[in-house]
Write a protein that binds this ligand. Structure first.
Ligand code: NAD
Length: 315
């Protein structure tokens, strides 16, 4: 059966071609939230990235909706409960951004260690900060990876290549898989105590929300750097701000925030933090891979087959 598909946040050309070649009608329209409510009822499927929010209200207006698709991994912008109640399949594309996010986390580690951003900003103001920008090598340092799935393991490989020691915390990863990925599993407290760099790679769930807060910052090394390219809600931002402001942490590299945008202005003022505006998956390669993968999932749904990445699959 031919379907009407709305793409609200853009999609890789190859992915659009795949959907068109299967005969489906594609509408690409970067609708506002108000417009989305008006048009939701015209479509069998909506494909989003992270900008569009598929709220309960959108789902209730979408009387023909059969599939909601996220060209990426995080589905926190889709009301899963409402979709499941209406029998709408939610699919995603979790594999495309792995390398891009791991590289960004590693980029923050390098920047924090060598002051690339600080040097750039200072030179633009005519300042030559040679003495102030005395840095650290990554070689020989310990990185603690919290959440050792796809991205955590890709980061581990990059850290190993730089001669770092890799520790991990992941209650669901077997010792054998950790060993194969070159990760030495520890409990969370031990990881926090020994790591020079701590990088978060967990999904935002009830068990990970604010998993790093004041008690965790209190046991980290005073020189430690925290990298968060996962989700803002995993860290208690006020507690992080206090730890950074009071010099109880070396610094932080943040791609994600509790609110986005705007980011808490207090945080932005800190000068021992490197910031990126949630661009972990924002590379040509990641977007191309995620687009093609999500198109595959949508086509599986519409050909009556079970999608591989079915987020609200009945248990
Ligand atoms: P993944 O599912 O492969 O890995 C997540 C790992 O976390 C799993 O191994 C799981 O066992 C582990 N885990 C679950 N609960 C845990 C807990 N309480 N403590 C420690 N570990 C726990 O996912 P992934 O592909 O590696 O992606 C990880 C996260 O990265 C995503 O959920 C998303 O939030 C984030 N992400 C961010 C961007 C960005 O733009 N910054 C892009 C893509 C993904």
């Amino acid at each position: 059966m031919l379907m009407r598909i709305l793409i609200t946040d853009g999609l890789a050309k190859d992915a659009v071609k795949m959907l068109e070649s299967a005969g489906h009608e594609i509408v690409m329209d970067e609708v506002t939230p108000e417009r989305l409510l008006e048009v939701a009822g015209d479509y069998d499927c909506i494909i989003v990235r992270s900008r569009s929010k598929i709220t309960r209200a959108v789902i209730e207006k979408g009387s023909k909706l059969k599939v909601l698709a996220r060209a990426g991994i995080g589905v926190d912008n889709v009301d899963l409960k409402a979709a499941t109640e209406k029998g709408i399949k939610v699919v995603n594309a979790p594999l495309g951004s792995t390398i891009s996010v791991a590289e960004l986390a590693f980029g923050h580690m390098l920047d924090l260690s060598r002051g690339i951003t600080k040097g750039t900003a200072a030179l633009k103001q005519g300042k030559w900060l040679k003495k102030e920008l005395k840095g650290f090598e990554l070689e020989g340092k310990t990185v603690g990876i919290i959440g050792c799935g796809r991205i955590g393991q890709a980061l581990s490989a990059r850290c190993k290549a730089f001669g770092m020691k890799v520790k991990g915390f992941d209650p669901y990863l077997s010792q054998e898989s950790a060993k194969n990925a070159g990760i030495d599993l520890l409990n969370l407290d031990d990881l926090l105590k020994v790591s020079d760099y701590i990088s978060l790679h967990v999904a935002l769930t009830d068990s990970t929300r604010k998993m790093l807060s004041a008690p965790q910052f209190a046991i980290m090394k005073k020189s430690a750097y925290l990298i968060n390219c996962a989700r803002g809600g995993v860290v208690d931002e006020d507690a992080l701000y206090n730890a950074l402001k009071e010099g109880r942490l070396g610094g932080a590299g943040l791609d994600v925030f509790e609110t986005e945008p705007p980011v808490n202005p207090k945080l932005i003022e800190l000068d021992n933090v490197t910031f990126t505006p949630h661009i972990g998956a924002n590379t040509k390669e990641a977007q191309d891979k995620a687009g093609v993968q999500v198109a595959e999932q949508v086509l599986l749904c519409f050909s009556g087959k079970e999608p591989e990445f079915w987020v609200n699959r009945p248990k």
